[in-house]
Design a protein around this ligand. Structure first.
Ligand code: DON
Length: 309
């Protein structure tokens, strides 16, 4: 690829895409039936600096559902609204080393181990202020829009598909409700959570959202303060230890950046004080992490010395 002299970083991102483009391993998620319609060849990446400059390559403007990549941002909103002490009465901060949909709670406290697994994310959504699913979701959507710096739509087909097949998540909600850690009814929490997961974003949006955590809570493109510095820092810490589920330890060694993946094919990663990255490629590995997204971030980390550690 020729170097783009106006934006050399775009050339770096383009060559990262070229490196992973021909990989065909991984499977597009199908346990939410609507997600199986995703184009497995779609491939995009974007990097947003904490000064608000965005570099992009490939399918960085293609929309897909945010899914679990929403979890850290909703966690940051909950921290900002309620504080660390109240939030951690409901959900822990420890890596679980388990798959994203594991049926597990800390026995002594009845809390999900962390807010990145589904159980913890459903509890986090229940904590967002609001008496109904609509009120909670309106807060969540407004918050995620502020992180992205633009309006985000719900993919109603994906929402309906997840609502129709989401009994495992409902089971997790009832389990946490019976343990006393869910802050609403199970129905309200899962409806807000399913809608949150069905919001559509692009790799560019994810880069700006991650960069907003990297600045300590101010969207570097719009200049809006979205969450306080503490909420941004605590969220980044949890992404570091828990963001890639049972691959989190391996991720920290290979890539070394706080990150979060989603079954729509998105991954966000960031370096505090420096930049946020968003990647998009739908085929997933067995842990639910985008195969080519992981490969792009590994390449970027090793070639560009972006590793945190
Ligand atoms: O709750 C679910 O199963 C999906 N809405 C989100 C799961 C997800 O994205 C896991 N991430 N890799």
């Amino acid at each position: 690829m020729a170097v783009d002299l106006r934006d050399p970083l775009r050339s770096v991102l383009g060559s990262i895409l070229d490196e992973v483009r021909d990989r065909t391993d991984g499977e597009v998620a199908s346990y939410i039936p609507e997600l199986a319609k995703a184009d497995p060849r779609a491939l995009g990446i974007a990097l947003a600096s904490t000064h608000g400059v965005v570099h992009e390559a490939g399918d960085s403007a293609v929309e897909f559902t945010i899914q679990s990549v929403s979890k850290p941002f909703v966690f940051a909103l909950a921290l900002d609204a309620l504080g660390l002490e109240e939030v951690t009465r409901h959900v822990g901060l420890e890596p679980s080393g388990e798959p994203f949909n594991a049926i597990s709670l800390d026995e002594a406290s009845g809390r999900p181990l962390n807010p990145m697994i589904n159980a913890g994310a459903i509890v986090t959504s229940s904590l967002i202020p609001g008496d109904t699913a609509d009120e909670k979701f309106a807060r969540i959507r407004a918050g995620l829009q502020a992180f992205a710096g633009r309006e985000l739509d719900v993919d109603e087909a994906v929402f309906a598909s997840e609502a129709a097949t989401g009994d495992r998540n409902r089971a997790l909600a009832y389990l946490t409700r019976s343990a006393g850690t869910l802050a609403s009814t199970a129905e309200i929490a899962t409806t807000a959570y399913f809608r949150q997961c069905s919001l559509t974003v692009t790799a560019r949006d994810l880069a700006i959202m991650a960069a907003t955590l990297a600045t300590g809570g101010v969207n570097p493109v719009t200049g809006e303060r979205v969450v306080g510095e503490d909420a941004a820092r605590w969220t980044t810490a949890v992404m570091t230890s828990c963001g890639m589920y049972d691959a989190s330890g391996d991720w920290l060694v290979r890539v070394g950046l706080p990150a979060k993946s989603g079954v729509g094919g998105g991954i966000v990663a960031l370096q505090p004080g420096q930049f946020g990255i968003g990647t998009f490629s739908p085929p997933l590995d067995a842990r639910g992490n985008s195969v080519r997204g992981v490969a792009m971030l590994e390449a970027l980390s090793s070639q560009s010395g972006l590793h945190l550690l």
